[in-house]
Design a protein. Sequence first.
Length: 345
Amino acid sequence: MSDNTGLLDIRKMRILQAIVDDYIMTAAPVGSRTVSKRSDMGLSPATIRNEMSDLTELGFLEQPHTSAGRVPSEKAYRLYVNHIMDSAQLTDDEADYIKRHLDTRVHEVGEVIRQTAKVLSDMTNYTSMVLVPQLSSMKLKRISLIPVSDGKAMAVVVTNTGVTKNAMINIPESLSPDDIEKISKLITQKLDGHKLSEAIETVLPMIRSEVGEQAGAVCEMLEDIERSMSETDVEVVGASNILDYPEYADATKARTFLTEIEKGDYLQKVLTDASDVEMCVKIGTENDNPDMQDCSVVTVTYKAGGKNIGTMGVVGPTRMDYGKVMAVLKYMSSSLSDILSRLLK
């Protein structure tokens, strides 16, 4: 969405910033008298009223039918985020709170991710989401294969950082339970310290002589495990926070939002699509899901060893405190990246 910066002079930009700032805090339409009372404005209500009229004609402000005040449009929020909002900084107490809660379980990636989602929701009072790091980026400690029925087994993968994931996989009919147990032990022995993505090209040649004619079957199992473990998981916390905002006082609107969050498909898509973008802000109709076009979504990537391995973000109303959200996300991304870099070495 173009922000049309060239259409506004400095005075209009200052007035628009004041209106967006006030509306984010109060959710109430903003009038000219409210803006004129700001100590840094130095303009009469009449002058501000004229400028607000121009901003309305330009599409930056909207006027609810029941109020003489104005509210920002999506166009205004885009301009605000791109150019005119003040940069926010976390207080020392906020930074200490984040560090203290992320460092509580530094030996287990899964718990760190859960804590990240919780702290992010607590700090912003929005719905938080964290894309769990892919197992393909981690070194393995153990793979167990547990037969559950004819042609099916449960694969339990444990990384050297404590992340555990289960998946149902297909087992060739030619393999007996004893064969599966033997192969499970061989794979665990040879995969220890390797990444799952290296299994077929690195591990299979090492065990080929021991599995003999079953090499093809083992290759199929490893491919099935890798495919299953590559499926993305999203940790979501604070979906009900949206009910704190007057925009979602309507029960149908709130139910639609909560249903979409519960399904999780769109959140997973948003996080996956943003995995190569350091920070991304989608406002209102910039979201391609019709049920999420009353929301804004802000995401940031996190790293390990200098490489992007996941994404985190928040979902809230378009009247979002963008400056605070972006400051929290940047700090949490840096903190999580440091912790994971240590864990995934």
